[in-house]
Ligand binder design. Structure first.
Ligand code: ATP
Ligand code: NI
Length: 408
């Protein structure tokens, strides 16, 4: 972890301004992607994974807008704001222009693979023709060289008889084969980073396994970094090096994959793991996560997961936890946004456990739309003083290494 990250995302916020209110789809997430690693974004539907992915390429469409945070790629600024003369926020002058994003970044440096290949492939053109054209435009190669390169890429992603398949149309390909074509397209410009948004979700398990193996193999050979978006912890286990668990627009846990599975620090991650089919468990033993995920338009006060959390105590309804480092593993931080960890020091141990179903449910959405109602805990700050904590001392920033777990 000594080197600079390829991608650095800090406190990223993306919102949708709808008639019914502001949807805080991505609400202050931070993570890094280092060269050659596969970083997972995992969480239930609506967690903000796709909006986060689109934000990284500045592809959020109206009524959505990135409203805060920083995105840096190889030392260049994809997104940043600064304060103008009248205190208003405006785009930082260092920010890459729209044409730089289009000509230099999207596709060439950072490519995307979507879930549905039919949305990305045009049904009226041959698969090979589309791939060739893409290579021609993006790599400025003459037509015949681009064609040779297209055939080579099709072979590279495991499409048999690529010369023949080159002439076929998307509908003549199976779902798995189409997904391979999209991977070929993503790889065609030899990007440093590929964002894959649930690219295997529509495939059956066997084909999904083959695609994951292919990606693993290509990742080894090209040393491409990936951001892998999925709701499936099984996929995470198979492919990711490090993982960000998202809940209602926030990253609630971040850790190297083994650490996340074997030393889970956030109750939401535990719930995701418990709801995951495993060979050593029967279907009866699967535990679906309690309740449904509330709307990002009016999230619960305090910890957004508290209405569904088995470990929730009274303090969790009031204190909004940052994603703090609670441990280290393999040289990376293990972060968790849960006040049961000692580093938060907000009185979790003394707090009264919430009775499931009553307190929890009435709290949903009660105060969530007003951010100032919650106090936000940052490292080394106690925050039972209702927001004044932000002015409290910032000096004690060292994470409490032996205090990762709450005392019994
Ligand atoms: N165009 C839009 N207008 C309003 N709200 C939107 C829009 N797009 C997304 N959202 C909202 O943003 C939040 C995050 O959505 P997002 O698609 O990122 O979730 P996700 O984690 O990718 O879920 P899934 O697993 O279903 O793809 C959701 O509450 C969603 O309703
Ligand atoms: Ni999505």
């Amino acid at each position: 972890m000594s080197s600079e990250p390829l991608l650095r995302v800090e406190n990223l916020k993306t919102q949708f301004f709808t008639e019914t209110g502001t949807v805080r789809a991505v609400d202050g997430i931070s993570f890094e992607v280092y060269e050659g690693e596969i970083v997972g974004l995992v969480g239930e539907s609506g967690a903000g994974k796709s909006v986060a992915s689109m934000s990284l390429l500045r592809l959020v469409e109206s009524p959505g807008e990135i409203v805060g945070g920083t995105i840096e790629y190889k030392g260049e600024t994809i997104f940043d704001l600064e304060e103008g003369p009248d205190g208003e926020l405006r785009e930082h002058p260092d920010m890459l222009s729209e044409s730089e994003m289009r000509e230099r970044i999207r596709g060439r440096e950072i490519a995307v693979i979507f879930q549905d290949p039919m949305e990305s492939l045009n049904p009226v053109f041959t698969v090979g023709g589309q791939l060739r054209e893409f290579i021609e435009i993006n790599r400025e190669l003459p037509k015949d060289e681009a064609k040779a390169e297209a055939v080579r890429m099709l072979r590279e992603v495991g499409i048999p008889d690529p010369e023949d398949r080159y002439e076929e149309y998307p509908h003549q390909f199976s779902g798995g084969m189409r997904q391979r074509v999209l991977i070929a397209m993503a790889l065609a410009c030899e990007p440093n980073l590929i964002i894959a948004d649930e690219p295997t979700t529509a495939l059956d398990v066997t084909v999904e396994g083959q695609i994951l193996d292919l990606v693993d193999d290509l990742q080894d050979r090209y040393d491409t970094s990936f951001i892998w978006v999925t709701h499936d912890m099984g996929v995470v286990a198979e492919i990711c090096d490090r993982v960000n668990v998202m809940y209602l627009g926030e990253v609630v846990e971040q850790a190297p994959v083994d650490e996340l599975f074997y030393d889970t620090k956030h109750p939401y991650t535990s719930a995701l793991l418990d709801s995951m089919p495993r060979p050593d468990r029967t279907v009866d033993e699967l535990e679906p996560i309690e309740g449904v995920m509330p709307e990002a338009i009016n999230p619960p006060s305090g910890c957004r997961f508290h209405p569904r959390c088995p470990d929730a105590r009274e303090v969790c309804t009031r204190v909004h936890p940052e994603n703090l480092e609670v441990d280290q593993a393999e040289g990376y931080p293990h972060r968790a946004a849960c006040v049961k960890h000692d580093v938060f020091d907000v009185g979790y141990d003394e707090s009264v456990p919430l009775e499931k179903g009553d307190e929890a449910e009435t709290r949903v959405g009660e105060t969530g739309s007003d951010e100032n109602v919650d106090s936000t805990v940052e490292e080394g700050q106690a925050s039972t003083d209702g927001g004044k904590a932000n002015e409290a001392n910032q000096t004690n920033r060292s994470p409490n290494r032996d205090g990762g777990e709450s005392r019994p």
